[in-house]
Write a protein that binds this ligand. Structure first.
Ligand code: 5GP
Ligand code: ZN
Length: 111
């Protein structure tokens, strides 16, 4: 996974403005924010796309849901609400092939 930019962020080889980190996940500000708050939440495990999540990964994906709740509370966007987006593969507009969830908020988002 040497060429994966998000694995490099996990390993600290390239910098990121992190807002959260634990044993299994990292969250950091998107370099090109599309909302007042735009963070990317990723598992440290390299899973390329939404479609590559295996049955053995389901506990991790459940934890990811809980991690997003924690981050939303920490960033104070939970009460007013926010949006979670995963872009999957070509038609979904995925650019980085390490699964990530965009968390967008801090303002009323366009529909
Ligand atoms: P995708 O289109 O794959 O769902 O989204 C990839 C996101 O990663 C984009 O919103 C892009 O701005 C962000 N991104 C790409 N490279 C970097 C980087 O090196 N650092 C950070 N913080 N964000 C990045
Ligand atoms: Zn990766």
């Amino acid at each position: 996974m040497n060429d994966c930019i998000f694995c490099k962020i996990v390993d600290g080889q390239i910098p990121a403005n992190k807002v959260y980190e634990d044993e299994n996940f990292v969250a950091f500000h998107d370099i090109h924010p599309k909302a007042k708050v735009h963070v990317l939440v990723i598992p440290k495990k390299h899973i390329p796309t939404f479609m590559d999540v295996q049955e053995e990964d389901l506990p991790l994906i459940g934890q990811l849901h809980q991690t997003i709740q924690k981050i939303a509370n920490q960033l104070r966007i939970a009460e007013n609400g926010f949006r979670v987006v995963n872009n999957c593969r070509d038609h979904g507009g995925q650019e980085v092939f390490h699964i990530h969830y965009h968390v967008l908020g801090g303002e009323k988002l366009p529909v």
